[in-house]
Design a protein around this ligand. Structure first.
Ligand SMILES: [Cu+2]
Length: 175
């Protein structure tokens, strides 16, 4: 019973999660000699997404003010990250600025400015270039059994919709 409810919540949540992991610099990672302005211009940063920094031992990551970003200033970072791999949740919309505080690295290009956009209050689907078109609305959900419903669908997204409906019906019946 509680198990079914938990599963239902999990399954209901799954289709609406469109979080994207943005690996800074792509395959180049966080390093000198990479144009992060160009990289960022090809990304859409949405609240709920994640920024992933991966780098070698000579680097680290500071979140800084716009002034420090502009001047490669390394004093008083807002937040500091280290260890070679950091995943930073983008929790609010607006601008964020990062740089590598290792001496000379910022001026060699290790600085990143991103603009995070809100995803709330919008009725249009997220423009995520890496995902296929969203699944169509489910049909015939009221009469067929979960297995009957799922057998008609072959893609994973349809399977998810079927499972959600199935567990939803089961949950409603149990309650
Ligand atoms: Cu560096």
């Amino acid at each position: 019973m509680a198990m079914a409810a938990a599963l239902l919540l999990l399954l209901l949540a799954a289709p609406v999660i469109y979080a994207t992991n943005h690996t800074v610099g792509g395959s180049s990672g966080w390093d000198t000699g990479v144009n992060y302005t160009a990289w960022a211009s090809g990304q859409t940063f949405t609240v709920g997404d994640y920024l992933v920094f991966t780098y070698g031992s000579t680097h680290s990551v500071d979140q800084v003010t716009q002034t420090n970003y502009d001047n490669c200033g390394t004093s008083n970072p807002t937040k500091s990250y280290s260890g070679g791999s950091n995943t930073i949740a983008l929790t609010t919309s607006g601008s964020m600025y990062f740089l590598c505080p290792t001496i000379g690295h910022c001026s060699q290009g290790m600085k990143l400015a991103i603009s995070v956009v809100s995803n709330s209050g919008s009725t249009s689907p997220p423009s995520n270039s890496s995902s296929p078109s969203p699944p169509p609305p489910p049909r015939n959900s009221s009469s067929s059994s979960p297995s009957g419903a799922t057998s008609k669908f072959c893609s994973m997204s349809h399977l998810m919709v079927g499972l959600v409906l199935g567990f939803g019906m089961m949950f409603a019946l149990v309650v």
